[in-house]
Design a protein around this ligand. Structure first.
Ligand code: DCP
Ligand code: MG
Length: 490
């Protein structure tokens, strides 16, 4: 049996708990800038139609007396650590999937703690007693249904789907609730008259594969209550992506391509560092009205040169008819193959294949120079045209900034380390990234005000609650004006 625990209106509930004046009132956690979006909305605010990711100006239109709290990531991270610690008392198999959400595999724990319902109730009680916060818990024999169950009776919900009831739930589950069914799949579902997950059983695997591609097999299994996705404290990564929210919205194709090139380069660098090649390239564009699109392309051959990734990204971009200005550009790669895997070469290499291999060699040479001399040591010629203010990053003068690359070893993967590093870096207004390395170390780059970077390095020495830090190696690198935010890289 799998349980899924999800805190209710997490950030907003923490604010309401810590300031009783806010109880029962419409509260949102968000920044004050007019480009900010709502991070969390209290259930009172949701009654006005406010939800996460909505721009703040729109939330204000919907509810003029909404209370806006800037929030404290540090505080939420602290509470998140306490919540995860409570969950780990119930099972060793806890997989945190976000700051306020985790799966637990409680199979075999019945004799120790009781039935799934008793366990879920005990979890809820412990969280209320220790944190004065409510959560919703879902339980089911398989992972995807546990997540659906936790959402069924939010807030303060408890929904257990027993093995006996599972097929009945599947038969009536609206197809739009199934993870992975987006707007495009919904159109297909409508044309096949599929309204519930149960309706999928009317179609054979061949047709589902034909209509939904690789997702067809998954749908076929989910409709029969089969989900082999295990609960794993640390999951192997399935994609690497890089995206950037631009300091101003753009529409000039030349500028868009420049950003695509920078992102392709960054993603390619990570791909090669992880000794991987990819078969799929995705671009993501978010527009000035906050709508977004992703477009993917699966290739006949595996690639890892930044140039090849860029070429695919640009060809995806060229297929689009864009009428709006763009605020975010992202490039992602997936469907990996280890570099050691021999590549199936055609008997007579064609020109693109030869070029790919040549670019790959150039990239690998570039990677080693960058690794040695820092991110600004070399750049592709086209990147030089990017208009980046060298003097200022956000409001901070470049010459008061510093950048430090850090390699942290010890028990740092699978213990919320990246999430907490992310929060701690954001709190200190640092740009950069944190990512898990294949050798189980964590690499991070912190860039910002010198004092804040020093403070962050001190934080790294202690690490997150469940981590055990063995060694922290630091190296000063050149400030990169293109780095404007902090992110977890996958
Ligand atoms: N969050 C964020 N930006 C978003 C979505 C979420 O910063 N676009 C943060 C704030 C949320 C927290 O993550 O409080 C957890 O996200 P959830 O999706 O679980 O949303 P809530 O916990 O706020 O509400 P719910 O009761 O629906 O789970
Ligand atoms: Mg939540």
């Amino acid at each position: 049996m799998i349980l899924h625990v999800d805190m209710d209106a997490f950030f907003a509930s923490v604010e309401q708990r810590d300031n009783p004046d806010l109880l029962g009132k419409p509260v949102i956690v968000a920044g004050h800038s007019n480009r900010s979006v709502v991070s969390a909305a209290s259930y009172e605010a949701r009654q006005f139609g406010i939800h996460s990711a909505m721009p703040v100006f729109q939330a204000r239109q919907k509810c003029p007396h909404v209370i806006i709290q800037p929030g404290s990531r540090k505080k939420y991270a602290r509470d998140s650590r306490k919540i995860m610690a409570i969950l780990r008392k119930f099972s060793p198999l806890v997989e945190p999937v976000s700051i306020d959400e985790a799966f637990l595999d409680i199979t075999g724990c019945e004799k120790l703690i009781g039935t799934p319902e008793q366990t879920a109730r005990k979890i809820k009680t412990d969280i209320v007693n220790q944190l004065a916060l409510t959560c919703s818990v879902g339980g089911a024999p398989v992972r995807f249904l546990a997540k659906i169950a936790s959402d069924m009776n939010k807030p303060d919900g408890l929904t257990i789907i027993s093995p006996a009831a599972m097929m009945q739930v599947i038969d009536t589950l609206p197809i739009g609730k199934v993870p992975g069914v987006g707007a495009k799949a919904m159109n297909q579902m409508q044309s096949l008259h599929i309204e519930t997950l149960g309706d999928v059983k009317k179609f054979d695997l061949q047709l589902l594969n034909h209509k939904f591609g690789s997702f067809g097999q998954r749908l076929f299994q989910l409709a029969r209550g089969i989900d082999h996705t295990p609960i794993a404290p640390e999951r192997p990564r399935k994609s690497i992506s890089g995206e950037v929210t631009l300091s101003r919205d753009i529409s000039n194709p030349g500028e868009v391509k420049s950003v695509l090139l920078a992102q392709a380069h960054r993603v390619g660098n990570e791909l090669r560092a992880a000794n991987l090649r990819c078969r799929k390239v995705t671009i993501k564009l978010k527009f000035s009205d906050f709508s977004q699109i992703t477009r993917s392309k699966t290739l006949g051959t595996c690639i890892c040169s930044s140039n090849a990734i860029f070429d695919q990204a640009v060809s995806l971009y060229h297929c689009l008819k864009i009428t709006k200005k763009i605020r975010l550009v992202g490039v992602g790669v997936s469907e990996f193959q280890e570099t050691e895997t021999p590549i199936q070469r055609s008997l007579f290499d064609d020109e693109p294949q030869i070029q790919n291999r040549q670019w790959e060699a150039v990239d690998r040479a570039m990677d080693s120079v960058l690794a040695k001399f820092g991110p600004n040591a070399l750049n592709k010629a086209n990147l030089k045209n990017q208009k980046i203010s060298k003097k200022y990053i956000g409001d901070q003068k470049v010459n008061s900034l510093c950048a430090v690359e850090v390699i942290i070893t010890g028990r740092v993967q699978g213990v919320c380390f990246r999430h907490e590093t992310h929060l701690a870096a954001q709190e200190r207004q640092l740009a950069g990234y944190v990512k898990n390395m294949p050798d189980r170390s964590v690499r991070a780059l912190f860039q910002g005000n010198q004092e804040n970077v020093q403070d962050m390095l001190a934080w790294c020495q202690k690490g997150s609650t469940f981590s055990e830090i063995k060694e922290v190696n630091t190296r000063t690198v050149q400030v990169d004006p293109a780095l404007t935010h902090f992110e977890i890289r996958y």
